[in-house]
Design a protein around this ligand. Structure first.
Ligand code: GLC
Length: 823
């Protein structure tokens, strides 16, 4: 690919985008009449424009503005929650200003010219329209300008590859395959027009629900103004009052939906390559994982498993008996995920093409002839996923592979991308192609950004039709806000460079802030194959990201054992750490599905008032309590780490720190800096080669005392939807540290999921001396000579004086229990 030509093209697009907002003849909204309150809505009108404010929740207001007096029909691909309970609202104001008050927010609408300002209930300004423009339109385009205080910073916007803080740059929302990217590349594969504004520790959020080509400008055009707008569609945004980043993210994900709890196997390690074939290679890779003792749950089959890249077919010379192969692999604890592209080969002998043409399921040109473009199979037709009928058909196509034993799918190239000649940028559908959507014919310009998400919707449906009580795994490259309801996302074709490893962190963290919980990157980079050290370092942090796979195009292979014995051992240990932590990771997934708070999260979510934490692009939380500080430079054997306020334990040495402080943390090749927040109670399990190799036994809780702290524990069967009907296991653990004792209390199991008989191990860290006495449920426990002896016994306790850790082993009877350690 000619990268210079491509970058020039990107720059031209970028300049074209900038020009119109600055120089166009925008019609500002002018004066509006006094409001008409009705229920939870207030309508403001003039002959020129109509504005509707809707109070959805005490901290959530929807703003809709359309030129003219007729409101188009109301439709959203993103928003799923519409049944909000009534919020007490007060209306006040005079002829200049209308005021709407909820228990948490006050909106002041200045009528002439019409401008909005949002305040908290103490009268403190949160955000306001910029004085000279506010909401405006020009032809079909809409835009809103807001004032930008100099100490306000912006986070989110989904999959963007630069730093966490979006201030000082502009961004485009237009799903695009950039054919490789770096920190300057924009747009990328996914569009999430949502951001968090953070100022002096106080947060608000804004979601611009418009699927057209849209843009956000945080101070490029003017240094004290930010703006957002689209080429068409409505000015339609949701304002979240906060006040914490967590409350914004939680409310936003309530509005657009959350990532459902995935199957437990899918949070294991996945190995991939473009492409593993034939069958003997697949078996060879699996054998290697098993005989080398490197845990792995799934392998991904990329495009070469197909017959001539015909979707939903197998290349029978590479894979003569897929059903048998899949069943054999399953015996070895390996599942298979296959790729699905939106390319249906134009081939009159191919049944999927025939069906699509016969039933009019493909995109057509204005003259009614088939629209085609180049994909991997050559000339291809494209399903119109915006049509319910087509989604229904597409969903039915997964059946055969599912019945053969395929466990998950990856939906690729669904920006949608039409592959170009080498040296030219890829392109997409013509913007005026018409989709037969569920709410009438709509141009591609409107559907483009949701095309991939609609495909994942069909994919999910297709999987549920065959396995109604199994949680589907779908991974997608393109999607839109709310797409997390259907699929996990990965960040496309990254590069095997240290720069890319660095940009991964803010990128995945921004996705997490924007509702995408289950996201990850190609560990090691899609191409070229990374240096051995880079791969090991990438894997060390990659195992602590939500979606965890090595995926690479080569040239050459990228497997954890590929770089000699020493690095193989290091890579094995990295993946083993993920499996050791699966109970912690699974509980984090459950919490994320319940609350919307991401599993992988930037420090700003936990410490929004600490600027040093907020500004960290090179550290993140994985779950509630693990602070990850990846090594992202060649030959770096230590690195600076910022520990925010509170107590921290070094995960590897148990050394205790009290933040805020900066330290230089050791990072020998064997491990990256990893810290545990004081108060943490981290569940873990025994070594396993795949996630359901054996029931958890023992279930271990590593307690890192700091005053009194509580953490949840969650478990279920890991695969079915029965947890939604109470077949789950919930327990709460509370640790309390006092001057001469530490106690750990565990509530009785709630829910009807009952694991097989097992032991509990509670490990209390930070214990400087051998305990005087340990009681379990009031009865003195028996001391064992060593940790090793304890591991062989059914119960008792032991003290590891090297690490300062007290181990207590108890049969897990699911009842409430209290362990007390007296010093
Ligand atoms: C795209 C995907 C990549 C895949 C390749 C071939 O580049 O991003 O992951 O391997 O297509 O299917």
């Amino acid at each position: 690919m000619n990268r210079i030509l491509f970058r020039t093209f990107q720059l031209i697009c970028f300049l074209l985008l900038l020009a119109p907002t600055g120089s166009a003849d925008w019609h500002s909204i002018g004066s509006l009449t006094t409001p008409e309150p009705k229920g939870n809505q207030v309508i403001f009108r003039s002959r020129q424009a109509t504005v509707i404010l809707t109070v959805l929740a005490p901290d959530l207001i929807r703003v809709r503005m359309v030129p003219g007096t007729t409101l188009p029909s109301d439709h959203s691909y993103a928003v799923v929650k519409t049944d909000w309970s009534q919020v007490p609202i007060e209306f006040a104001g005079d002829t200049d200003t209308s005021i709407i008050r909820t228990p948490e927010l006050e909106v002041r609408a200045h009528l002439s010219p019409f401008r909005l300002a949002f305040y908290d209930r103490n009268g403190k300004l949160i955000s306001k329209d910029e004085d000279s423009r506010g909401m405006s339109w020009e032809g079909t385009r809409v835009r809103c300008w807001k004032s930008m205080p100099e100490d306000e910073h912006y986070y989110g916007l989904g999959e963007k590859s630069n730093l966490l803080d979006k201030r000082g740059r502009s961004y485009v929302m237009w799903n695009t395959d950039p054919d490789g990217f770096d920190a300057a590349t924009d747009p990328l594969y996914q569009s999430v027009p949502f951001f968090i504004g953070l100022r002096q520790g106080r947060a608000y959020g804004l979601f611009f629900d418009n699927t057209y080509h849209s843009s956000f400008d945080f101070g490029v055009e003017e240094h004290d103004v930010y703006s957002f707008g689209a080429e068409d569609g409505e000015m339609n945004y949701y304002f979240f009052a906060g006040p914490t980043p967590k409350s914004v993210v939680s409310r936003f994900t309530e509005l657009v939906g959350r990532s459902p709890l995935p199957p437990r196997w899918s949070i294991g390690y996945i190995q991939s390559r473009a492409s593993y074939y034939p069958e003997s290679t697949v078996r060879f890779i699996v054998e290697n994982f098993r005989h080398r003792g490197i845990p792995c749950d799934a392998l991904f089959l990329d495009i070469d498993y197909m017959d001539g890249y015909r979707i939903f077919t197998w290349n029978k010379s590479y894979f003569p008996d897929p059903k048998k192969m899949l069943s054999d692999l399953r015996q070895q604890g390996i599942r298979i995920i296959t790729i699905v592209d939106p390319y249906v080969k134009v081939d009159s002998h191919y049944w999927i093409y025939q069906q699509g043409v016969r039933n009019g399921y493909f995109m057509k040109k204005a003259d009614g002839t088939l629209f085609t473009g180049r994909g991997w199979p050559g000339e291809s037709a494209f399903p119109d996923y915006a049509s319910e009928k087509v989604r229904d058909w597409w969903a039915s196509l997964y059946k055969e592979q599912l019945e053969q034993g395929v466990s998950g799918f990856l939906d690729d190239m669904n920006e949608p991308t039409i592959v170009a000649d080498p040296g030219l940028p890829n392109r997409t559908f013509d913007l005026d192609l018409i989709h037969a959507t569920d709410h009438g014919p709509r141009p591609h310009a409107e559907i483009h950004n949701v095309y991939g998400m609609l495909e994942t919707m069909a994919n999910r449906d297709g999987m549920l039709r065959v396995h109604a009580n199994e949680r589907p795994l779908i991974i997608t490259r393109a999607t839109f806000a709310g797409g997390q309801r259907y699929a996990a996302e990965w960040s496309g074709d990254d590069w095997g460079t240290w720069d890319h490893l660095r940009l991964n962190m803010p990128m995945l963290n921004s996705m997490g802030l924007s509702g995408f919980q289950f996201s990850g990157a190609d560990i090691g980079g899609f191409q070229p194959v990374p240096s051995p050290e880079l791969y090991s370092r990438w894997l060390q942090s990659g195992v602590l990201t939500p979606f965890c796979w090595t995926h690479s195009e080569g040239p050459g292979n990228l497997e954890p054992w590929g770089f000699g014995n020493r690095l193989e051992e290091i890579n094995r240990n990295s993946i083993r750490l993920r499996y050791h932590l699966l109970p912690y990771i699974y509980t984090a997934f459950w919490e994320a599905a319940e609350t919307g708070i991401p599993i992988m999260r930037p420090l700003l979510l936990e410490y929004p008032d600490d600027w040093l934490a907020v500004n960290r692009n090179d550290e993140y939380f994985f779950g509630n309590d693990l602070l990850v500080a990846p090594v992202t430079k060649d030959d770096e054997m230590s690195r600076p780490v910022y520990l925010p306020r509170g107590v921290w334990y070094d995960f590897w040495t148990d050394h205790r720190y009290t933040g805020p402080m900066r330290i230089e943390a050791a990072a020998p090749m064997e491990r990256m800096p990893l810290f545990v927040r004081g108060g943490a109670i981290i569940p873990s399990q025994q070594d396993m080669q795949y996630s359901d190799q054996a029931p958890i036994d023992p279930l271990t809780f590593d307690v890192y005392p700091d005053g009194t702290s509580s953490r949840p524990y969650y478990e279920d069967d890991g695969i079915s939807f029965d947890y939604q009907h109470g077949v789950s296991l919930h327990q709460h653990l509370t640790a309390a540290q006092e001057a001469h004792s530490t106690s750990v209390e565990m509530t009785a199991r709630e829910g009807s999921f009952t694991p097989p008989k097992r032991s509990l191990v509670i490990k209390i860290h930070g214990q400087k001396a051998q305990p005087r006495q340990i009681t379990v449920a009031g009865r003195e426990a028996a001391g064992q000579a060593s940790v090793k002896a304890l591991q062989g016994a059914t119960e008792g306790w032991a003290y590891d004086d090297g690490a300062g850790v007290v181990w207590i082993k108890i049969p897990d009877q699911g009842t409430a229990l209290k362990v007390e350690v007296a010093q």
